[in-house]
Design a protein around this ligand. Structure first.
Ligand SMILES: Nc1nc2c(ncn2[C@@H]2O[C@H](COP(=O)(O)OP(=O)(O)OP(=O)(O)O)[C@@H](O)[C@H]2O)c(=O)[nH]1
Ligand SMILES: [Mg+2]
Length: 284
């Protein structure tokens, strides 16, 4: 039996818990299809998983993850043909913790010990995040040309807060820390662009990242000797619950069919794909 640690990281509300809720429903109910079947739950997280998964199946938002509590989920899966089992160790950590780590420049011991058990990272990107797109010096300059000094005067001097930092800078900083603390250990990264249902352009997830988070994409591309990366577009919900008609359509659909995963080549509902890419030893 193999133990595989998967770290979910990303800023607040980037879709981590919703992904876990859909994943739990998928492994529990997708008995006919898929290479793996559910074995057992190694930690006592059944209540938590059932709660978020029930919300997800009923098209209700999952609960926000508590900053003070890491839910340590361990799911054992069994390969249907080989009988080989893997235990996915997936701590569900709040995005607030990720932000605090960036601002305070430190990890606590609990997080450090999680990193020691991790084989790969899923980096969640929220396409709704207004701080994804870089503010370019060129645009600032154009503003200056149109509005002149008047614009400059309106810019107040504000003390630095973590809130002023573009999201991709935080994500790259996190990866640099990983490289610094765990060089050559944490190689595999699945970049998951969540809420893929909101992306209306027909782009591969990697190209979307290249356009929207160029610093992150460049960092990962330029450091391919450190990180082995694959990009996925994932819609765990299948649509936006805030839009009445969409939610109604989702409620009357089969829950497993709401999940959409684009791995850059094909579309499927296999929400395990970003994890199986990490655990697949042939792609190391
Ligand atoms: N449209 C759409 N919205 C989604 C999807 N997945 C999650 N959301 C919404 O995004 C918001 C945040 O989702 P969560 O799963 O709680 O995000 P999180 O990363 O766990 O957040 P923290 O626990 O605060 O770190 C919720 O309002 C979800 O309903 C999706 O596939 N599509
Ligand atoms: Mg959460």
């Amino acid at each position: 039996m193999e133990n595989k640690g998967i770290l979910f990281s990303g800023l607040p509300e980037s879709g981590k818990t919703t992904y876990l809720a859909a994943l739990w429903y998928y492994v529990f109910n997708n008995v006919e299809e898929g290479e793996f079947e559910y074995g057992s739950l190694e930690n006592g997280e059944l209540e938590y998983l059932n709660l978020i998964s029930r919300n997800w199946a009923g098209c209700n938002e999952v609960i926000r993850t508590n900053q003070n509590k890491i839910e340590n989920v361990k799911i054992k899966l069994i390969h249907k043909i080989t009988g080989k089992s893997i235990v996915l160790n997936i701590p569900d950590i709040s995005g607030e913790t990720f932000k605090t780590q960036f601002a305070d420049r430190e990890w606590d011991e609990e997080f450090e010990s999680i990193l020691d058990t991790v084989d790969g990272i899923i980096l969640f990107i929220d396409p709704r995040d207004v701080k994804n797109k870089p503010r370019l010096i060129y645009h600032e300059f154009q503003n200056y040309r149109y509005f002149g000094q008047a614009m400059i005067k309106t810019v107040e001097e504000r003390p630095w807060t973590e809130d002023l930092v573009p999201s991709q800078v935080k994500l790259v900083d996190f990866l640099q820390m990983i490289d610094f603390k765990k060089p050559q250990v944490l190689r595999k990264i699945s970049v998951v662009v969540s809420c893929w249902d909101l992306i209306k352009v027909d782009l591969k997830p990697e190209i979307w990242c290249k356009n929207e988070l160029p610093l992150l994409h460049q960092y990962l591309t330029a450091n391919d000797e450190i990180f082995n990366v694959r990009y996925f577009g994932v819609s765990s919900q299948g649509g936006d619950y805030e839009i009445h008609d969409i939610r109604n359509a989702l409620i009357s659909s089969e829950p497993l069919q709401r999940i959409k995963v684009n791995d850059g080549i094909k579309n499927s509902n296999n929400i395990l794909s970003p994890i199986l890419w990490i655990t697949d030893e042939n792609t190391d």
